[in-house]
Write a protein that binds this ligand. Structure first.
Ligand code: NAD
Length: 300
C-alpha cells in the first residue's frame, strides 16, 4: 500500500486563509480586531524562533500581535502582574505564555493565572476540565490540528480504534479526549506500556507524541491505518555537510508509509497546523468575548 501523504503545510495555509476571512469580517462588520499577546521569558533560542513565527503569522492574518519579552530572571510577581494586565486588556483576546519557563517560575501557577477565556493554548485547568467533560473550551493547538487533519481525511472517525502514544498534558492527554469526543475507542500508551507493538498494531489511527526519533517501525502499523506523527526530533545529518541537521518524527517514515493508508510527514505535517490552530483559537476567543457566532470548522 502507498500511503496518502496528509499535507499539513497546505492544510495550515487553508486554515489561516479561513482565519483571515473571519478577521476581515470582524473588522468590517463589527470594528473589532482580534489581538494575540505572546509572553516570552528568557532567551531560549527555540522559543524565540517559535515566538517570532507566531507573531509574523498573527500579523499576516490581519490580527493585532503583541510580544512581551521578559528577562530570564523576571520574578513570578512581575510575570503575574503582566498576565493580569493582559487579562484586563479589552484589545487582547488571546494570551500565550511560551513554555518552558525558567525553573524559578511555577508553570502551573502562571498558566492558571491566565483568564480561561483568553487561554488560547488551552492549558488552563478550567479548559482541561471543560474538554474532559465534553463542554465548550479552548482546545490545545497541536491536538486540535491533528483532529482537523483526521476529520478532513476521514470525514467521520466515529468507532475507529485510536492509539495515542504519549500522555503529556500538552499533546497526549488532550488528543485522547478529542478522539473520545469524536467517538473513537481510545487507548493511551506511554513509557510503561507493555507490548507497545501489539497495542499499536490494533489501531486504525496512531498518534505518536513521544519525542523519540523514529521509534515506531512500519511493522507496528496495521495495513491501511492513519499515522499522525507529532514528534519533532533533530538528528545530525553529516551527509548534508558538516554541522548540518535534519528533522525526523517519532515514526520511521519510510517503513510506516509503506503500510499506512495515510501519514503526516515531518516536517510539513502536524507542525504547521499548530500555529494555524493558535490563530484559529484567537478568532474563536474573540468571537466568544464579543457574543458573536464562532467560526465553524475552526474548533473541536
Ligand atoms: P513529553 O516529553 O511531555 O511526553 C512524552 C510522552 O511520551 C510521555 O507521556 C511518555 O510517557 C511517553 N514515552 C516516552 N518514552 C516512551 C516509550 N519508549 N514508549 C512509549 N511512550 C513513551 O513530550 P510532548 O510535549 O508530548 O511532545 C512529544 C513530541 O511531540 C516531542 O517530539 C515534541 O517536540 C513534539 N511536539 C510537537 C508539536 C508540534 O507542533 N508538531 C507540539 C508539541 C510537541
Amino acid at each position: 500500500m502507498t500511503a496518502t501523504i496528509i499535507d499539513g503545510k497546505a492544510f495550515a495555509a487553508r486554515v489561516r486563509a479561513q482565519v483571515a476571512g473571519h478577521v476581515t469580517r470582524l473588522k468590517d462588520d463589527h470594528g473589532i480586531t482580534p489581538g494575540l499577546a505572546v509572553v516570552l521569558v528568557g532567551e531560549d533560542p527555540a522559543s524565540e524562533v517559535y515566538v517570532r513565527s507566531k507573531g509574523k503569522m498573527t500579523v499576516e492574518v490581519g490580527m493585532k500581535s503583541v510580544e512581551h519579552k521578559l528577562e530570564a530572571d523576571t520574578s513570578e510577581a512581575d510575570l503575574l502582574a503582566l498576565i493580569d494586565q493582559l487579562n484586563n486588556d479589552p484589545e487582547i483576546h488571546g494570551i500565550l505564555v511560551q513554555l518552558p519557563l525558567p525553573k524559578h517560575l511555577n508553570e502551573d501557577l502562571v498558566i492558571n493565572s491566565i483568564d480561561p477565556a483568553k487561554d488560547v493554548d488551552g492549558f488552563h485547568i478550567s479548559n482541561v476540565g471543560l474538554l474532559g467533560t465534553g463542554q465548550k473550551s479552548m482546545v490545545p493547538c497541536t491536538p486540535l490540528g491533528c483532529l482537523m487533519m483526521l476529520r478532513d481525511h476521514h470525514g467521520s472517525i466515529s468507532g475507529m480504534d485510536a492509539v495515542v502514544i504519549g500522555r503529556s498534558n500538552i499533546v497526549g492527554k488532550p488528543m485522547a479526549q478529542l478522539l473520545l469526543g469524536d467517538s473513537c475507542t481510545v487507548t493511551i500508551a506511554h513509557s510503561r506500556t507493555k507490548d507497545l507493538a501489539d497495542v499499536v498494531r490494533r489501531a486504525d489511527i496512531v498518534v505518536a507524541a513521544v519525542g523519540r526519533p523514529e521509534m515506531v517501525p512500519g511493522d507496528w502499523i496495521k495495513e491501511g491505518a492513519t499515522v499522525i506523527d507529532v514528534g519533532i526530533n533533530r538528528l545530525d545529518a553529516p551527509e548534508k555537510g558538516a554541522g548540518k541537521t535534519r528533522l525526523v518524527g517519532d515514526v520511521d517514515y519510510e517503513s510506516c508509509a509503506a503500510r499506512a493508508g495515510a501519514i503526516t510527514p515531518v516536517p510539513g505535517g502536524v507542525g504547521p497546523m499548530t500555529i494555524a490552530c493558535l490563530l484559529a483559537n484567537t478568532v474563536t476567543a474573540c468571537c466568544r468575548a464579543n457574543g458573536l457566532d464562532e467560526p465553524e470548522g475552526l474548533t473541536a
